[in-house]
Design a protein around this ligand. Structure first.
Ligand SMILES: *Cc1c(COP(=O)(O)O)cnc(C)c1O
Length: 370
């Protein structure tokens, strides 16, 4: 096969040829040319959230989780108390990393097939004044649920609590406006809806908050205050930058802007999501979430209720046809997931549905006629 397989996953994603070609050069980390690329990426990232008046953006090497960990380490004082709103696997990861960094953490659980509740958050904050920060996962990629960012931010603001948002799988697709929604930190990464390649995260931090964060981090590598200070002083990354990832992200952001920015990206992903769900329904496959909770990012489907179904075989047969699916991440029911994001459109989604139909027939579990 001379064409790359389509990645229907929550990252890494299918990227354009233009983005891939941007990686065919070597860059010196201290050189002004590369520093210019970094500065441009940071400026354009702030454009996307309308954050120039309120926030700075601090990039960090590593996968997205590194940046979540760094945001908690940098913003939460050692004697802070973090409340995690938990409706899935990425929420649990945020709780675990917070605890492992020695911060006090409380978790309030919600069902994994529904959004978290700002009202329950309000009750929790009334009941325990020691909570200093709230962690919200904007799109819980585990099941694909969109959580109410604006509602949660409003409650945090009323109570004067810091809000840390993991917007990894929503940033650049769902609307996020720092002028309207108050957050202390918001985290995303190169290899998600901006359609760059994986390898760096970035954290938007409220300027007024960052100034007070010196010395919070118990880790040198994860210290975003230090990373920021060094970058402001020198224009350089503190340690070896992921040069190829940064130039690919710059190229990916150019294409994002040419496409029409966040509204256009959301429209394409929403169309991908509709095409996928409609097509899979015709094959007899049901989505796990109700439409009102479904973010147009990744869709969880119930596995076919048939003795011949086996995810490994299903996956392998779809892969032979050029499509990479994703396993489910739910504890209670057997599911699989299909991503709607990346440099793909309606045609690829229709082809993916056709491939799944063929696979079901091949496995002897077709639920609808060819
Ligand atoms: C992808 C993702 C992350 C980061 O995962 P990594 O494997 O570290 O890149 C964090 N949170 C959410 C909600 C995500 O979708």
């Amino acid at each position: 096969m001379d064409r790359d397989r389509i990645l229907l996953t929550p990252g890494p994603l299918t990227t354009t040829l233009r983005t891939k070609l941007a990686m065919l050069h070597d860059w010196g980390s201290w050189d002004t040319d590369f520093n210019g690329v970094t500065a441009g990426v940071r400026r354009r990232l702030l454009d996307i959230v309308h954050g120039h008046d309120s926030h700075v953006v601090v990039p960090l090497q590593g996968s997205g989780t590194f940046s979540v960990e760094a945001a908690v380490a940098t913003l939460v004082p050692r004697d802070g108390h973090v409340l995690v709103l938990d409706n899935g696997a990425y929420c649990k990861r945020a709780g675990k990393l917070t605890q492992m960094m020695g911060r006090r953490v409380s978790v309030v659980g919600f069902d994994e097939d529904a959004s978290v509740s700002p009202q329950v958050l309000d009750e929790q904050l009334r009941a325990d004044a020691s909570i200093s920060h709230v962690v919200l996962i904007h799109c819980e990629t585990g099941a694909g649920v969109e959580n109410p960012l604006a509602g949660v931010a409003a409650v945090c603001q009323q109570h004067g609590k810091g809000l840390i948002v993991d917007a990894m799988s929503s940033f650049a697709a769902l609307p996020i406006d720092a002028r309207e929604v108050r957050f202390d930190a918001l985290i995303a990464a190169s290899g998600k809806c901006l359609e760059g390649v994986p390898g760096m995260g970035f954290v938007f931090i409220r300027q007024a908050v960052l100034d007070g964060c010196a010395g919070n981090s118990q880790s040198l590598a994860m210290d975003l205050h230090d990373q920021y200070s060094y970058m402001e002083k020198t224009g350089q990354w503190r340690f070896t930058p992921p040069t190829h990832v940064v130039v690919a992200l710059a190229e990916a952001i150019s294409q994002f802007e040419e496409e029409g920015g966040q509204p256009a990206r959301l429209a394409r992903y929403a169309d991908n999501c509709r095409t996928l769900i409609d097509g899979m329904r015709r094959l007899g496959l049901r989505p796990f979430l109700k439409p009102e909770h479904q973010a147009p990012i990744i869709v969880t489907f119930h596995a076919p209720d048939h003795p011949a179904y086996d995810f490994k075989r299903f996956y392998a047969a779809a892969k032979t046809r050029g499509f990479m699916l994703y396993p489910g991440k739910l504890t209670t029911v057997e599911t699989f997931r299909v991503g709607c994001i990346g440099a793909i459109g309606r045609q690829e989604m229709q082809q993916a549905v056709n491939a799944v139909g063929e696979v079901l027939r091949e496995m002897g579990i077709a639920t609808a006629p060819a």
